[in-house]
Design a binder for this molecule. Structure first.
Ligand SMILES: Nc1nc2c(ncn2[C@@H]2O[C@H](COP(=O)(O)OP(=O)(O)OP(=O)(O)O)[C@@H](O)[C@H]2O)c(=O)[nH]1
Ligand SMILES: [Mg+2]
Length: 229
C-alpha cells in the first residue's frame, strides 16, 4: 500500500462528526484492507489485514506491549481491565490473564503477561517480546512525536528495531495523547503517515495504526473493537 496515497486520501476527505469512513485500498499482502477514520468521540485509525488475523482466534491472546516511556502502555492495560489509572512509571509488572468483551459481544481472552516500562534499556527485550507474543502493540505519544525532535528520533529508532524483528507477526501502532494536540485525529494520522512515508518501517503503519486518547475508556474500547473485532 502506498502510504503517500493513504495520507492523501485521509487528508482529502470531508467528514462529519461521528462519521466512519472506510476506504478500500490495496493491502500490503495483496489483500484488500480498510483505511478507517473514526472521528468525533471515537479514535482515528488505520486498520488493515491484521483485523482479519486477530479476529479468528478464541484462544488466549498473548499481548506484547512495548513502546516509548509514558506513552500510555499501563493506562491501556488498566483501562482494559477496568482498573483505575496509575501515574507511576513502570519497571516491570506481571498481569494476570483477563477477558475483554467487544461491543459485538465477542469475548477476547488475554493471557497473563508482563507490563514493562518504556525506558530505553528495555529495548534489548523487544526481540524476545516480539517472538513470544501473538500480537505486538507499539505505543508512542503522538503529540510529543510531532513537537520534539529527540522524541521522534528515539521513537523512530525503536520502530526501525521492531521492523527488523517483526517478520510476519501481527502488530499495531498506537499513537496516544491525541487530546494534547490541537490537530484533529485525521490530521494527526495524515501527518504521521507523511513523516514515515519513506522509512523502512513505514509498512508497520499500513496494517493497523491508531491515534487515540487512552485515558478515555470508550476510546480504548473502540480500539479493541478495531483490533480484535
Ligand atoms: N492526556 C493523555 N494522557 C495520557 C494518555 N495516555 C496516557 N496518559 C497519561 O500519561 C501518563 C503515563 O501513562 P502510563 O500509562 O503510565 O505510560 P507508560 O507507557 O505505561 O509509561 P512507562 O511505564 O513509564 O513506560 C499517565 O499520567 C497517563 O494518565 C492519553 O492518551 N492522553
Ligand atoms: Mg507503564
Amino acid at each position: 500500500m502506498n502510504i503517500k496515497k493513504v495520507g492523501k486520501i485521509l487528508g482529502g476527505i470531508a467528514i462529519g462528526v461521528g462519521a466512519v469512513i472506510a476506504l478500500p485500498v490495496a493491502g500490503p499482502v495483496g489483500a484488500v484492507s480498510l483505511v478507517g477514520a473514526l472521528i468525533g468521540g471515537g479514535i482515528g485509525g488505520v486498520t488493515g489485514v491484521v483485523v482479519d488475523f486477530f479476529g479468528k482466534d478464541s484462544k488466549a491472546n498473548k499481548l506484547g506491549i512495548i513502546g516509548m516511556q509514558a506513552s500510555g502502555k499501563t493506562t491501556f492495560l488498566n483501562n482494559l481491565r477496568g482498573l483505575e489509572a496509575v501515574l507511576n512509571p513502570t519497571s516491570r509488572e506481571n498481569f494476570e490473564s483477563f477477558k475483554f468483551e467487544l461491543s459485538n459481544g465477542k469475548t477476547i481472552y488475554i493471557d497473563k503477561g508482563n507490563d514493562i516500562g518504556g525506558a530505553k534499556n528495555y529495548m534489548v527485550e523487544y526481540r524476545q517480546i516480539i517472538e513470544k507474543n501473538d500480537i505486538v502493540l507499539y505505543f508512542f505519544n503522538v503529540s510529543e512525536y510531532l513537537t520534539s525532535i529527540d522524541y521522534k528520533r528515539e521513537c523512530n529508532s525503536r520502530l526501525d528495531h521492531i521492523n527488523g524483528n517483526i517478520k510476519n507477526k501481527k502488530s499495531a501502532i498506537i499513537a496516544s495523547h491525541s487530546d494534547l494536540s490541537q490537530h484533529s485525529k485525521n490530521k494527526l494520522i495524515e501527518e504521521i503517515l507523511n513523516q514515515v512515508r519513506d522509512k523502512k518501517y513505514s509498512n508497520l503503519f499500513n496494517n493497523a495504526f491508531f491515534v487515540v486518547n487512552l485515558t478515555k475508556r470508550n476510546e480504548v474500547s473502540d480500539l479493541m473493537d478495531k483490533i480484535f473485532g
